[in-house]
Ligand binder design. Sequence first.
Ligand SMILES: O=C(O)CCC(=O)C(=O)O
Ligand SMILES: [Fe+2]
Length: 318
Amino acid sequence: MGSDQNTLLPLHLPVIDFSNKNLKPGEQEWDLSRAHVKKALQDYGCFEASFDKIPIELRKSIFQSLEELFDLPLQTKLRNVSKKPFHGYVGQYPMVPLYESIGIDGSNVPAKVDTFTKTLWPQGNKTFSKTIQSFSEKLSELDVTIRRMIMESFGLVSYIDEHLLSTNYLLRVMKYRGPETEETELGLNAHTDKNIVTILYQNHVEGLEVQTKDKIWIKVKPSQDSFIVMIGDSLQALLNGRLHSPYHRVMMTGTETRYSLGLFSIPKAGHVVTSPDELVDETHPRMFKPFDHVEFLQFYYTEAGQRSQSALKTYCGM
Ligand SMILES: O=C(O)CCC(=O)C(=O)O
Ligand SMILES: [Fe+2]
């Protein structure tokens, strides 16, 4: 990171409207939105999407579900374990004392969410399951639209179906306590996401910052209708570096609790992430060796992975 990492100018992310639209591939409106998506991602690796397919009641009840979940005793939350790194309960870290998160694997699949719910509420919690699953399913429509547009933009139409089938969804829900100090405190370290596409949603408490290519931190100010869409390292690799995954972090002030959630599209274990030959030529030599996402994640959480400026380049850069 540059020395100007604390410079905060009143910049903002591009906003793209997906509301009141019946976007269909091949139609003019689709092509227009696709051009906006490509430009925003080339410039920032990230944009704000206005998206109205999730009813307002569901957008409100998701935060009640998050509160109910994080209010459980720590012992109960710790029952959410996962073999995959960063998929289970994460919290009580001295480096980021304000932060806690829980991963819900396969959050768009009813049976998977029911299994998750039963580990925390053995007697069941239908409202919780239904809220998490419906929210994820509806938000995954935005993920699919955006990934379709990206693949089309880079001439990869014939790979779209295979690509969409190669991923699962993880919903990670987050809680950040207000630091209750005068100063701004770190909520979550600067990082790039390791997956394909991340879509973030949050309550009214701000804190997310995204770094531009010029290393300037932009404070993100989303509204109730907006979702933050971001590229992860695996998509950067798939596109042979045509798009970049931006650094982002969470900085907290004040006393209020920030709740946020991210829907992560993640390559399935065993699926090899590699850039199609169409994106490799003399001016764009192949940048990354083919890799398995789960193995890449395991590397990321080793000491060497944590030390590297770009875990992706260290792990599989050519
Ligand atoms: O809480 C947020 O808005 C960001 C969380 C995040 O960057 C992550 O979970 O990867
Ligand atoms: Fe992130």
